[in-house]
Design a protein around this ligand. Structure first.
Ligand SMILES: NC(=O)c1ccc[n+]([C@@H]2O[C@H](COP(=O)([O-])OP(=O)(O)OC[C@H]3O[C@@H](n4cnc5c(N)ncnc54)[C@H](OP(=O)(O)O)[C@@H]3O)[C@@H](O)[C@H]2O)c1
Length: 338
């Protein structure tokens, strides 16, 4: 019997390829492009049944007649031509992975505490021998008992909320479907609402934790008006996607101290992906690096020592299920965009 073909749409590196080769069910064949260039992918996708990656170009949809599944090996699917998939290939199943939600949550918490406890500023100062004076010390923020607003309450945010539970924070949640909440959280969340509750919750929030996908609805959800609603002492953490927060509004809010601080793992412009050379480039049109009240992290929340085993768990699960014609996990709702 012909083996079903699993095409890599990008080069995930030799370790991942070795893992996929080792774990791939016997009735599947791994197709590894030589160049990963678009022309080659366009040839190979004609015969592919399952594709791994997000570099599925719009024109590939017309020729990918065998393709049944696109497996994005991370969470955000905004690189895919979602509108065209809806129009041309509504039967195509798109999956993502939530296997590393705990890892992302750990990084989000590290960012929150870095900003609240001024760890980066103190580190910078101390390298010059500066300890601060008793009259003018570097002041940290207490975390315990404060109001924490989650924008998005999916896999990542729920992990953050679980990890931080011992801090007796009061949890406020904004989600797209506030009526759909895992019952384990019903007693633990103080207030929950949809976007219409945003202004009210922002006024109360000491910490704003963003773990939202980038969709047409979430783009720019936090702009000038929203920064006006925040406390001057508010700390904003974004591990979702940069453009959920308006770039100029964020820069101005930090520059004019409309909020206390921000800590970001997700940005506005990215240098090209490089495997063997350092990636160089500024993350925004605005000089965020000139500000003291921001902690900057180059989209590395997922980069942990044992990343491969954690990160690829759901993808391997779906390959196994696909090989057995079983229902897949982490199916993305293309219309919603997450
Ligand atoms: N920094 C990194 O390395 C990294 C790694 C992983 C993920 N991420 C980012 O984090 C995002 C969240 O990941 P996740 O695994 O938690 O995703 P998820 O489980 O799909 O959760 C997404 C959450 O966002 C909410 N949401 C979506 N659209 C909304 C809207 N218009 N208004 C209000 N809430 C909205 C959803 O609400 P409902 O629950 O009501 O549907 C859900 O709670 C990803 O999409 C990705 O962009 C970043």
């Amino acid at each position: 019997m012909m083996k079903k073909r699993v095409l890599l749409l990008y080069d995930p590196g030799e370790n991942v390829i070795a893992l996929l080769k080792k774990k791939l069910p016997k009735n599947l064949e791994l197709v590894i492009p030589k160049t990963f260039k678009t022309d080659e992918l366009k040839e190979l996708i004609k015969e592919a049944d399952f594709a791994i990656g997000a570099r599925l170009k719009e024109e590939m949809l017309d020729i990918a007649h065998n393709l049944k599944v696109v497996q994005v090996p991370w969470v955000g699917v905004e690189w895919l031509p979602l509108k065209s998939i809806q129009e041309k290939r509504p039967d195509l199943i798109v999956c993502n992975t939530h296997a590393n939600a705990g890892t992302i949550a750990e990084h989000a918490i590290a960012l929150l505490f870095s900003a609240a406890k001024k760890i980066v500023i103190a580190d910078r100062n101390m390298r010059h021998g500066e300890w601060g004076s008793l009259a003018n010390p570097l002041i940290s923020e207490r975390v315990e008992g404060k109001n924490m607003l989650f924008l998005g309450f999916g896999h990542v945010a729920q992990k953050i909320a679980a990890f931080l539970w011992g801090f007796n924070l009061k949890y406020y949640v904004i989600k797209r479907h506030p009526e759909k909440l895992d019952p384990q959280w019903a007693e633990k969340i103080l207030y929950i609402g949809g976007r219409d509750a945003l202004a009210e919750f922002l006024e109360k929030a000491d910490f704003i934790m963003i773990a939202l996908p980038l969709t047409p609805e979430t783009k720019g959800m936090i702009g000038k008006a929203e920064f006006e609603q925040m406390k001057e002492t508010a700390i904003l953490v974004n591990v979702g996607r940069g453009p959920v927060v308006d770039e100029e509004a964020l820069f101005e809010a930090l520059l004019y101290n409309k909020i206390q601080a921000a800590a970001l793992d997700v940005w506005y412009q990215y240098p090209p992906w490089r495997r063997d050379r350092p990636r160089l480039g500024y993350p925004s049109h605005y000089p965020f690096s000139a500000l003291d009240n921001i902690v900057m992290s180059p989209h590395r929340a997922y980069q942990i020592r044992d990343a491969m085993e954690v990160h690829w768990r759901d993808v391997l699960e779906n390959l196994q299920r696909f090989s057995e014609d079983k229902p897949l996990i982490n199916i993305v709702d293309i219309k919603r965009g997450y």
